[in-house]
Design a protein around this ligand. Structure first.
Ligand code: HAX
Length: 441
């Protein structure tokens, strides 16, 4: 894998030594307190994981190795005629911890390109599923079929030493990332385009090639894919897809098994599937109102109707963020540059002006602002990709960059099996009555 592997090894061994020292000196320091409410309510705000690739600030949004999305848009290398960052550059940054040069990014693109061949049995496994199967189910099935190729699983069965775990993990991760665009495009073309497939173009970058194999050779769509694959890649470690990948990986399940598990989490409507739910919700609103240009008053009424039916407004709210998601803003900027007059995109912007005060008025929602999923679908529809059930697959392809870079770090840092303590309500009651010490100190 050349320079990227050498640079990673150098960084990882320095980090290993640093963490050892840090724990020796400060290992007993308390990092926070846990309330009973946090235990019952999704562990919000409990610090309990190390994820080196990115850090989320509730007001500023995500930073990848210290860089915000606008900074990455400025600093990461671009394709020859593009203005959006190449996601390979973000992967390099997350893995190595330094901004790559254009040469470094070209190296990663070439490494991925050379490893992108998908064995036929993967397509056969996808083909075995009925056409009405959800694309995320097809996607995870494809990833699981690809697990036959795992170097980690083979090396483990042959008795690899713990200190070497990182290397086959590294190889698996890069090979898996290399092959995902082909798998995703295969699913799209099989399900929606008459099974007419498009061969990869060896001259294109990772995201450009994905756009090409999906059947969208428009320059704008390629640029959108580069932006999309960059901004969806990582959101620190506690979100469902990242945490699941890490958790399953902690059992030394190989990268295919761990990533597939994480993507099953991404396929939930409160997480990545929200991107399809947003467009479905807008299409239903358009149909009910009989217009593709609903006014803000009409939108407000539809939002209230959604809420009074006991449903969530998809694309709004977040477990950590407390402001408009900068990933939403980046897509809004893209829309303003590439399609300022698009009716659907304008509807998304009108929803943005309408929804937050309504959600705020309910008094219980901690974040009334839009998240990443509120915008992405409208941009895809603009280029003709109306098949919204497919959208989460695109999210999954992007998310591979973050969760697999993290998994490589997990192995390099020798992180152990994850196993937090759980309690029963009965034991909580006994603890409250002073009869038991469930957290035993
Ligand atoms: N519409 C209606 N009600 C909402 C809401 C929304 N968009 N967001 C939160 N709420 C409700 C919650 O359901 C909860 O209600 P109850 O107390 O009656 O159960 C209450 O407000 C408090 O929730 P919260 O503490 O503000 O939010 P959570 O941390 O529990 O949940 C979610 C965060 C993202 C799951 C939530 O905001 C939501 O369901 N949003 C809509 C779905 C969505 O857009 N998901 C994508 C999130 C981003 C992501 O992961 N992308 O992949």
């Amino acid at each position: 894998m050349g320079i990227i592997k050498d640079r990673f090894v150098a960084k990882a061994s320095a980090a290993n030594a640093e963490i050892k020292e840090l724990l020796k000196e400060h290992g007993n320091k308390k990092i926070g307190e846990v309330t009973l409410a946090q235990v019952y309510q999704g562990m919000r705000g409990i610090t309990g994981l190390v994820t080196e690739t990115s850090l989320l600030d509730s007001h500023e949004g995500i930073r990848f190795r210290g860089y915000s999305i606008p900074e990455l848009q400025e600093k990461l290398p671009k394709s020859a005629h593009g203005t959006e960052p190449l996601p390979e550059g973000l992967f390099y940054l997350m893995l190595v911890g330094e901004l790559p040069t254009k040469e470094d990014v070209d190296h990663v693109s070439a490494v991925l390109q050379r490893r992108s061949h998908v064995p036929n049995h993967v397509f056969a496994a996808i083909d075995a599923l009925p056409l009405h199967t959800h694309p995320m189910t097809m996607f995870v099935t494809g990833v699981m079929a690809l697990q036959t190729e795992s170097y980690f699983s083979k090396a483990y069965s042959e008795g690899i030493a713990k200190k070497d775990y990182w290397e086959p993990t590294f190889d698996d991760a890069l090979i898996l990332i290399a092959r995902l665009p082909r798998i995703a495009a295969y699913i799209y073309r099989r399900k929606y385009k008459n099974n007419e497939h498009i061969q990869p173009n060896g001259m294109l970058d990772w995201a450009g090639n994905l756009a090409h194999m999906l059947g969208y050779d428009d320059h704008g769509f390629r640029e959108l894919m580069r932006l999309y694959m960059t901004i969806h890649a990582d959101h620190e470690g506690g979100n469902v897809s990242a945490h699941t990948t890490h958790l399953v990986g902690s059992a030394l399940s190989d990268p295919y098994l761990a990533y597939a598990a994480g993507m099953n989490g991404l396929a939930g409507p409160l997480h990545g599937l929200a991107n399809q739910e947003v467009i479905k919700w807008i299409f239903e609103m358009q149909k009910e109102l009989g217009t593709d240009e609903p006014s803000k008053d009409q939108i407000a009424e539809y939002v209230r109707k959604t809420l009074s039916a006991g449903k969530v407004v998809p694309g709004y709210g977040h477990a950590v963020l407390r402001k408009t998601d900068p990933r939403f803003t980046a897509q809004m900027e893209f829309g303003k540059t590439h399609m300022p007059d698009d009716k659907l995109v304008n509807t998304v912007w009108n929803i943005y002006e309408t929804v937050p005060p309504i959600l705020q008025s309910l008094g219980k929602i901690k974040n009334p602002w839009p998240n990443v999923d509120a915008h992405s679908g409208a941009l895809l529809v603009h280029y003709g990709m109306v098949e919204y059930e497919f959208y989460t697959v695109l999210f999954a392809v992007s998310r591979s960059l973050g969760v697999l870079a993290s998994l490589i770090w997990d192995r390099a840092l020798g992180f152990p099996l994850e196993r937090p303590k759980s309690v029963t309500t009965e034991s909580v009651k006994q603890w409250l009555e002073g009869k038991a010490e469930i957290w035993g100190d």
